[in-house]
Structures are given as structure tokens and as C-alpha cells.
Design a protein around this ligand. Sequence first.
Ligand SMILES: Nc1ncnc2c1ncn2[C@@H]1O[C@H](COP(=O)(O)OP(=O)(O)O)[C@@H](O)[C@H]1O
Ligand SMILES: [Mg+2]
Length: 246
Amino acid sequence: MSRRDMVVTGATGINGGSVPTTDEVVRVSAVSRSFGRGAHAVHAVRDVSFSANRGELVAVRGRSGAGKTTLLNMVGGLDRPDSGQVVVAGHEVTSAGEAELLRLRRGTVGFVFQTFGLVPILSAAENVGVPLRLAQVPAAEREQRVAVLLELVGLGGHAAQRPYELSGGQQQRVAVARALANEPDLLIADEPTGQLDSETGRSIMDLLRAVVHARGMTALVATHDPALIDLADRVLVLRDGRLVDG
Ligand SMILES: Nc1ncnc2c1ncn2[C@@H]1O[C@H](COP(=O)(O)OP(=O)(O)O)[C@@H](O)[C@H]1O
Ligand SMILES: [Mg+2]
């Protein structure tokens, strides 16, 4: 079965259910990243190691400036560490060339950002379809998959609306659907509820949790919202770039 066939499947997971839920999807080993040099250097992430398994939603908590975004960007291949190693779904992210990083960002990892990042002139359906276009999924199949994804995030009736015609929570749901379009092994969400009121934020977090558990995916979610932390399976706490205990 190809990855493409997997889009509407439920709890069977990316590899058709043959992989146990304890499977390691993310392994971060002794990763460090600094910005600037000498006395002015900012040590954004210092010697961080952790792993995350299939079916697990891991929250990354820490106040502003703690290094959450820097860490997530390195896991997703948007940035490279100065030292250490990142492996995602068997791909060595840290040593990957540009072509491999592009494949990783398009197929293995899905991203959700605080500011939604939707294309304003495209409808909800067209936004969700962007990754499928990039993957050259034929139009008929694309439309069908987009419809399933919009239904999944509770926006079946909103396919034709543009982002400005949707509430913040609805826009983030579109962004979640887009991030799921290519059946990623790993969903990375950087403060996905940061621009939403607490009730809407909670519903987005509920959605992420349901998707992760139903599909046997893995999610890394940065947040400094304590109310959302209890929805995570596990919490990593960053302080001044280091992982600390609870
Ligand atoms: N591109 C950059 N250039 C310089 N400093 C940066 C850069 N990105 C992040 N930093 C610094 O690294 C630290 C961690 O930032 P960040 O990872 O964005 O934290 P968080 O997401 O937890 O708020 C902060 O001190 C921030 O100012
Ligand atoms: Mg951040």
C-alpha cells in the first residue's frame, strides 16, 4: 500500500499497523544551537536529548525565549544544530542534503504555526490541497483527499471560504488539515493556540490529540499555556535552552 492510499485510514498507522505504538519516530541526541559569537552568543538550545514514539503527543513547555522554536525547527529540518543529531522516522535530518530536507518537509513532517500561515487568496480547500499539488497528486484524488481532511477537522461545510471568512480557530483547523495532507509521521506545532482564546485553543489541542492517537502519528507541540499541558501524553520542559525536570 502506498503512502497515498493511507489518507483515510484510522488507527492502522503509517505503516499499515505492522509497527507497534512504541516505535520511536523522533530521536534527538545532544543537540545544541547558538546564535552569534563570543560574548554575544545566545545559547538557544543546549545539549538536548529526547525521543518521541508513534502515537504520542509530546508538549514542549517553557517561557518565551526558552528555546522551543529553535528546537522544533531543528527537529523539522528548518534549521541545523551546531552539534548533535536528529533522526525523524529513520531519516538523519542533521546530515541531510537540501533535496532530502525538502522531501522531509514535504512528506515526513507536517508543520502548524501560531499564525496559521494560510494563503489568503486561496479557499480553505485550496490551502489544504497545496501540499498535494506539490506532491503532484492528480486533481480528482486531490479533491477527494481534501474533502476527507476538511471533514476530519470539522470544516466540511467551509471548503469554499477564504481565510478572512473564517474564525481564528477555523483557520487553524485548515492549517492542521494542510499539515496532515501528506500523511506525515510527525506533526510539529509551534504554539498552535497562541493566537486563540483559551476555549478555542483547547479545541485545537483536542483535535491534535485525537488525530495523533487515531492515526498513530507523533506530535511535538510547543506551548507555554499550562491549561493545554494536561492534554499531552508527555511534557518536556525547556529552561534557558536546557531540558529540565517537570
Ligand atoms: N535567528 C536567531 N538569531 C539570533 N537569536 C535567536 C534566533 N532565533 C532565536 N534566537 C534566540 O534564541 C533564544 C531562544 O529563542 P526561541 O527558540 O525562539 O525561544 P521560544 O520559542 O521558546 O520563545 C532566544 O534568546 C532568542 O532570542
Ligand atoms: Mg517560539
